[in-house]
Design a protein around this ligand. Structure first.
Ligand code: ASP
Length: 439
């Protein structure tokens, strides 16, 4: 078995966390490729090393002295090195980083050094080989990740290297300059390494024991999701649930490699499995609930709309002309509604309205704001009778007015629109009926 293990910043924030990580890796010899993030926060008031590195670059660009910030970063690594009793000296590395920032290597270069240095420390600690991500994670001249070339170069390198540490978050452009993924991008590197190594599993170690059925800010101690499919995850992530960088799914999905989200502070917990497909049923009919506030609906009516060929296209054209993306389009016989994000829509509202009148000549047009959308997601819903009935009776009991219903064609989710003010109560009502009472 081959496992790729990625550790997030909070798992590597200090020597104590590092040694937990060391124990986890050493306890299973299949854990052969390690992808570290930069040291994260040690407590809520702390600053991530990545943010300190961005600060160095900003100070340099503003013509300010950044040596104090760099010293602060150095202290973070020295604490780890000393705590682990490693005989590693980063003098030379820090001299080079300072020189390169001063030479204008740029923001991505500066930010990437958090992972780079943590990779060096981790490799020394585990006695694994260090592979600089700039040599094996490749972007094209437009800064787009080059999946095929990376897979080839990295795959060849890993085939020759049975155990290695590959820092997360960055790679290089064709001219050799360092380029990073977006924030949280070490998750993506982990997935890329898993694909190139033909790993059996991609373990993503963080500070929670996996995905939760609902947002813990809304539900007190929500249950954990044991197994979730990529598609379910996509639906929930889209609605705001987050543990993993969204783009980290694609590389492993291509190879059918499962992701296992694990907790560094509770390594015995099995965590959450993210898989392509599974025969395992969710413990509850639903897998998860997530939602977002801040939507508007544009309600349109026109007599005989159903008979007018091209009506929907004309309406949607008015949104497209203003470059507004559309969330949902539930429709009736002579009515249709278009849901959009309030903050994207508001400044272009009147241009959209006049566009709709010009293109589609509706009889009535009405805009409503302050709406929230909630996605109730579950692969089990397709084969269960009465799921929708239970959702709506739970909402009715909680005296919540449902403003919109939309069942995705995948039958994987039901989307419900409610007033912003009812958002939390609606999630609580749905959670209660499926998870707490398990009806
Ligand atoms: N260190 C980077 C960040 O803070 C990347 C990562 O941790 O995944 O965003």
């Amino acid at each position: 078995m081959k496992k790729v293990v990625k550790f997030g910043g909070s798992s590597l924030a200090d020597a104590e966390q590092f040694s937990k990580v060391g124990d986890i890796i050493r306890s299973d010899s299949d854990r052969c490729y390690v992808v570290p993030s930069a040291p994260g926060k040690r407590n809520t008031s702390d600053t991530k090393v990545t943010d300190l590195l961005y600060r160095c670059e900003e100070q340099f660009s503003a013509g300010e002295d950044f040596s104090a910030t760099l010293k602060q970063i150095r202290a973070r690594y020295d604490e780890i090195i000393d705590g682990l009793q490693l005989s590693l000296n980063l003098d030379e590395e820090f001299r080079r980083i300072e020189k390169n920032i001063k030479a204008g290597e740029g923001r991505d270069y500066a930010a990437s050094r958090g992972e780079y240095l943590n990779g060096i420390v981790m490799a020394a600690y585990l006695e694994y080989e260090f592979i600089d991500a700039a040599e094996v994670v490749l972007f094209d001249e437009n800064g787009e990740f080059d999946a095929d070339r990376t897979n080839e170069v990295l795959g060849t390198r890993l085939a020759k290297t049975p155990r290695a540490v590959i820092p997360g978050f960055y790679g290089a452009l064709p001219d050799g300059c360092v380029h990073t993924f977006s924030r949280g991008g070490s998750d993506i590197t982990g997935a890329i390494v898993a694909r190139a190594a033909h790993a059996d599993v991609y373990e993503n170690w963080t500070d929670v024991s996996g995905f939760l059925v609902a947002d813990p800010r809304i539900i007190d101690h929500p249950k954990k999701i044991e197994t979730i499919t990529y598609l379910e995850l996509r639906e929930l992530a889209y609605m705001g649930a987050s543990v993993l960088h969204e783009d980290s799914i694609f590389p492993v999905r291509k190879e059918g490699i499962p992701i296992n989200i694990r907790n560094t502070n509770d390594p015995e917990d099995e965590g959450t499995w993210i898989v392509e497909s599974t025969a395992k049923k969710s413990r509850y009919t639903i897998t998860g609930i997530a939602g977002k506030k801040g939507f508007c609906s544009v309600n349109i009516a026109k007599d005989m709309m159903n008979a007018e060929v091209g009506f929907v296209r004309k309406v949607l054209q008015a949104f497209e002309d203003q470059n507004i993306s559309i969330e949902h389009v539930p429709s009736g016989i002579d009515t249709m509604t278009v849901f959009v994000h309030e903050d994207e829509f508001i400044s272009k509202e009147q241009a959209v309205v006049s566009g709709i009148y010009r293109l589609a000549r509706p009889d009535v047009l009405e805009i409503e704001s302050g709406l929230a959308l909630i996605a109730v997601v579950g692969r089990g819903m397709k084969s269960m009778r009465g799921t929708a009935g239970r959702i709506f009776s739970a909402l009715a009991h909680a005296r919540i007015n449902v403003r919109m219903i939309d069942q995705g064609s995948s039958e994987l989710n039901v989307i419900i629109g409610v007033d912003n003010d009812d958002f939390e109560r609606a999630i609580q009502a749905v959670y209660q009926i499926f998870v707490e009472t398990q009806l």
